[in-house]
Ligand binder design. Sequence first.
Ligand code: CA
Length: 356
Amino acid sequence: MKRRSFLKSLGGSLALTSLLTSNSSKSSEKTEFKWKMVTSWPKNFPGLGTGAENLARLINGLSNNRIKIKVFGANELIPPLEVFDFVSNGGAEIGHSGAYYWKGKSEACQFFSSVPFGMNSQEMNAWLYYGDGIKLWEKLYNGFNLVPRPAGNTGVQMGGWFNKEIKSVDDLKGLKMRIPGLGGEVLSRAGGVPVTLAGAEIFTALQTGIIDATEWVGPYNDRAFGLHKAARYYYYPGWHEPGPTIECIINKKKYNMLPKDLKLIIDIACKAVNIDMLSDYTAKNNMALQFLKSENIKILKFPDEVLARLKEITEVILTEISQTDDITQEVYNSYMKFKEDVSPWTNISDKAFLNI
Ligand code: CA
């Protein structure tokens, strides 16, 4: 009965935090599965870290503590970029991270978070849930003893912070910018110098001139790091990360030990957090953007010529990586076909509507 009313209230409103803390204390059920969740985010980092906490609270609450998950922030148990291997090896049962960090395992991983000039969050979800996305993702991760689920999205990111105006492709030449992954590779072929730095190191590097520019996430997270105090020019759009999916990964052996209802609870909890995180980012980006405007930040759009060049380079790079192995080719084909099919609809629906 308690669980039914809990589910009912969940359907009405997704105020996850307040909802779930009230349900956890009086459990009549016995804990059957004590799990550790490792994440790539600082503990409780706005949006990403709080998303991981919400996911754990939701699974604990919905299962009436039959599964009990304890969340570990980055470096509490393992370094942030060891989440994949650690869960794969069974060191922890579950993890919360981003698939593009695992391109060393297969280039295909990147398509399950975000690729430059790729799909936005809504299109990604459509591909994952109603195209072949999750099916292919499961196929890819099966070899690593993992079950993947979408469990968060930041929405379109910002292009980043620059210490000078970007008026043409020439302004990218020699530009030292913190931009990881494929975006960095694109910048490099445009003449820039991509740098990889962990989140916590970005502010000092930008302020002291070790780097000329940086991307991070968007107003909500960028304000939290104080990046507006280190550079004046804030560029959009985030061509390199148009709507990154955040992943939940579960050790496959541990997942298969669960009864059907608990598997379903994990699936539903991941879906709830997927939409909740995007809503959180949309609401808080909006507020942070208003603040940044009041701080006299120059908010500028990249020139069309610059975006066109970066897009051209991206297409070459994506074609190159599609040929690295069979699964990447399969994922690339599915992703690109879905993108091609969904764009005409996006153009005459969301895009047309927003333009008016
Ligand atoms: Ca980013």
